[in-house]
Design a protein around this ligand. Structure first.
Ligand code: FE2
Length: 512
């Protein structure tokens, strides 16, 4: 402890043994330097503990002045309350709790006169009052522009306050004021630290700090709880000990990012104390000292094991639902094909080719799946066409042809109420539309036709021409591709047509 304002008194800075009491005045006690040295010893020996320092200063005052009783009354909330008392017989002791409730700082206005002669007047400086059998001296304790309290000294003799007594009182009062101010700022600092601690402890996320070598240097309770350790156990660990097998490289890569100043959120499998592997989401930010040097990572961790389990279950449920939709569509197709053996297999072959085109076009799996299923069911509307028309070997009458053309709208009507994850009903409705508007039933043009429907249109024409039909023998794949090439861009989507030709000619695609 260095008493601000008293620097330069080298003799006062030497340490006394812990048991040593302030020395009794030797010859030359009138020396200001000697008094200050004793004051400095009081504070120096006990270091930064302001409580102890004030207690010692009260005792020193009594000893130096040859008093029988010295009391230090502290000013709190405008009232003087006894804080420390020293008597010749009992030594010094604390009278009340050292620190009041939060927010009760010292007042800067004089307090009401609640303590007899140690009232408003006493706050302002030195007062000497003759009392029965002796003298009472009071001295206001002020420092840093703040009134901290009153020092009250009882003597069993009549005191004529001389220069030395005045100096002792002034210096002791100043030293107490310094300690009070230091304690007050410590209290404010401790309150800030306590607030920070409460914030750390009250949040549900685990908060931990690891140094650059992945040693855990701080962990809040939630952090320890997530990993099944006590806080004492967890701060003795290195993060590497807590990782599930195979996770070290990820952590090292993340630490490297932190060194570059990057924050990130990532998932990590960690091993609890009981051996259980948990999925953890880590939000990590670099921790730097005031000079900007990387000194570790501050990480918030959340156990997402349950979240991941629910997510996986949801994925499974969705996949099961998809499979059910697929099986249902195939069941409908099988049923329809029972009464229309000539086109049996047509839809499945179209579906396979359309899906292959879609995949080669770079569409995602989700879209490819939708196109496949739309292909499987695209002619479902033919259930409304009399079987004898479907299987009629010769040329169709105009009315018969119109009945067959209606299969697009019929198929749409059958499917439109079903909430597929894909626009299946629309694709079925549009699979006979052509780019130049010459198709049916809507006469839609180019971009108004769904891409999925344009793909199925190409696959449908190729499969139909390549295969046997009731009214004609199979024309073959080459003839089908020639038809597509001849009308590419006019009737058929150029990209789908090109991919389709490539599949047969270069990728070895077959309908078998
Ligand atoms: Fe069709």
């Amino acid at each position: 402890m260095v008493l601000d304002g008293f620097e330069g008194l080298g003799s006062g800075r030497r340490s006394l043994g812990r048991s040593s009491a302030p020395s009794l005045p030797p010859p030359g006690r009138e020396s200001t330097a000697w008094i200050l040295a004793r004051i400095n010893e009081c504070c120096f020996e006990l270091g930064l503990d302001s409580d102890q320092n004030v207690r010692r200063l009260v005792a020193l005052c009594g000893t130096l002045m040859g008093a029988i009783d010295v009391t230090y009354d502290r000013l709190r909330d405008g009232h003087l309350r006894p804080a420390y008392r020293w008597t010749e017989a009992t030594g010094s002791q604390a009278v009340t709790d050292r620190v009041g409730p939060a927010g009760t700082g010292p007042a800067s206005a004089p307090p009401p006169a609640t303590n007899g002669d140690a009232g408003a007047g006493a706050m302002n400086g030195l007062q000497v009052l003759p009392v029965e059998g002796g003298t009472r001296v009071t001295m206001g304790v002020r420092y840093g522009g703040v009134r901290w309290g009153v020092l009250r000294v009882e003597l069993d003799r009549v005191l004529v306050v001389g220069d030395i007594d005045r100096r002792i009182l002034e210096f002791v009062a100043a030293a107490i004021g310094i300690e009070e101010q230091r304690e007050h700022s410590d209290v404010a600092r401790r309150q800030t630290e306590e607030r920070s601690r409460l914030v750390f402890e009250s949040i549900r996320d685990g908060l931990g700090i690891v140094d650059p070598a992945e040693n855990i240097v701080f962990a809040n309770q939630a952090y320890a709880d997530i990993l099944g350790y006590t806080r004492e156990e967890i701060v003795a660990k290195n993060l590497r000990e807590l990782l599930a097998p195979g996770e070290l490289d990820k952590v090292l890569a993340e630490t490297a990012k932190r060194r570059e100043g990057q924050a990130s959120v990532y998932e990590l499998a960690m091993r609890r104390k009981d051996g259980e592997i948990r999925q953890i989401r880590v939000s990590a930010v670099p921790w730097r000292d005031p000079a900007g040097t990387f000194i570790g990572t501050i990480g918030a961790i959340v156990d997402i094991t349950e979240e991941k389990r629910i997510e996986a279950e949801r994925r499974d449920a969705t996949a099961r639902l998809r499979r059910a939709v697929e099986k249902t569509i195939q069941a409908i197709t099988t049923m329809a094909e029972l009464r229309d053996p000539y086109t049996a297999g047509h839809q499945r072959r179209v579906a396979r080719l359309a899906a292959a085109i879609a995949r080669h076009l770079g569409l995602d799996d989700e879209k490819v799946q939708g196109i496949y299923l739309a292909g499987v069911i695209h002619d479902i509307g033919k259930v409304a066409v009399p079987a004898e028309i479907l299987s009629k070997p010769g040329r169709l009458e105009k009315a018969e042809f119109h009945l067959i053309q209606a299969h697009c709208t019929t198929g749409y009507d059958i499917l439109k109420e079903i909430e597929f994850p894909w626009p299946i009903a629309q694709i079925v409705l549009q699979h006979h539309e052509r780019l130049d508007g010459s198709g049916y039933p809507g006469g839609l043009r180019g971009p108004d036709i769904l891409p999925e429907a344009r793909i199925i249109a190409v696959a449908d024409v190729v499969e139909a021409m390549a295969s046997h039909r009731p009214y004609r023998p199979a024309l073959g794949v080459q003839a089908a591709l020639a038809e597509i090439r001849q009308n590419v861009g006019r009737l058929y989507d150029p990209e789908a047509a090109e991919i389709c030709a490539r599949l047969f000619e270069r990728e070895g695609f077959t309908f078998d």
